[in-house]
Design a protein around this ligand. Structure first.
Ligand code: P6P
Length: 335
């Protein structure tokens, strides 16, 4: 449902979560408190992203992160901002970031720390300095009582089907937060005049088909043969006129796919033989959103959400988008 102009109600993301509280019967507002930490952090990040040329936040820090990637100044700012905003929410027990080697245990939370928050603080780093859309991705798991709380890695390495919630914020021509708690996908636009995320689309559904494919074809020669066969077919008359759109920021490429349909592909390459995208805090949250919107997310052999993670920064191949389009890719690519 698109919430049209006129006398539409102003519903903030906190209000929306409270109304959806029944999915967390014992949360009694706890979850909305947690989400308010994420919305606060992304408002701060947005304010820096939109003034990047005016503040000393462009360029890199000269450091290399656990991924082997040069850390941009805005990467570090986003990472620290999310840690600061989440660390004192009281109900967050463990925080995992793409920028951190290991999970951070929030000792102050103690037994009250019932949630695990995983995030890519600023996805699309290569686009930061050239004013192209970038984003923040988050995933929320519950601390599992049946697992020793001190066994942090076992707590964190949960399959995507265990996610309580997932979402992203895309810092583009407007700042849009998209999230799901397993009860549909909902979108909010940050209204800078009031500093609040306001509901703009509810129960978003992904078109079942879409004539757009999104892939970095520079790596074509090292894609699996089945992916190369799909790309050849998509360019053929038989396919009926696909176009290529590729921003190079997962959040932006997924946001377009969610709204317009199509398929995003990051298959294995010679450089990233297990795919480039990280399972826990990129692929899983996007896969939850895709499936909640009626789409699909596969690693080539099965649902991304059913993968049992074995390492914190594990990567995965990702075929993500309209159900009909993901199925077409898998007709050609059977790893
Ligand atoms: P490539 C950004 O660095 C990122 O992690 C994703 O946001 C994006 O989809 C992908 O990498 C782009 O990778 O190899 O095409 O530059």
């Amino acid at each position: 449902m698109t919430v049209r102009g006129g006398a539409r109600p102003i519903i903030t993301v906190q209000q929306h979560i409270l109304e959806h509280q029944r999915h967390f019967p014992h949360a009694t507002g706890e979850f909305s408190w947690l989400l308010s930490g994420i919305t606060l952090a992304t408002k701060i990040i947005a304010s820096h992203v939109q003034r990047a040329g005016l503040l000393d936040v462009l360029g890199d820090t000269g450091q290399v992160n656990v991924q082997g990637e040069v850390v941009q100044k805005l990467d570090e700012l986003a990472n620290q901002t999310i840690h600061r905003c989440l660390g004192y929410r009281g109900n967050v027990g463990i925080v995992v970031s793409e920028e951190d080697d290991e999970p951070r245990v929030i000792h102050e939370a103690g037994e009250k720390g019932r949630y695990i928050v995983l995030f890519d603080p600023l996805d699309g780093s290569s686009n930061i300095d050239v004013n192209v859309s970038i984003g923040t991705i988050f995933s929320i798991l519950r601390v599992r009582e049946e697992i020793n709380r001190q066994d942090v890695m076992s707590q964190v390495l949960q399959p995507g089907v265990q996610q309580l919630a997932a979402g992203y914020v895309v810092y583009g021509s407007s700042v849009v937060m998209t999230y799901t708690t397993g009860m549909g996908v909902h979108m909010f636009t940050l209204d800078p005049s009031i500093g609040a995320y306001v509901l703009t689309r509810e129960y978003v559904t992904m078109p079942p088909k879409g004539k757009t494919y999104s892939i970095n074809e520079a790596y074509r020669a090292t894609f699996p043969q089945g992916i190369q066969d799909f790309l050849d077919w998509a360019k053929s008359d038989d396919a009926g006129g696909y176009s290529l759109r590729y921003v190079g920021s997962l959040v932006a490429d997924f946001h377009r796919t969610l709204l317009k349909g199509g398929v995003f592909l990051y298959p294995p390459t010679k450089k990233d033989q297990k795919g480039k995208l990280r399972l826990l805090y990129e692929a899983n949250p996007m896969a939850m959103l895709a499936e909640q919107a009626g789409g699909a997310a596969s690693d080539g052999t099965g649902r991304v959400l059913e993968k049992k993670p074995s390492a914190l920064h594990e990567r995965t191949p990702l075929i993500l988008g309209s159900k009909g389009e993901v199925e077409k890719v898998l007709l050609f690519w059977k790893p």
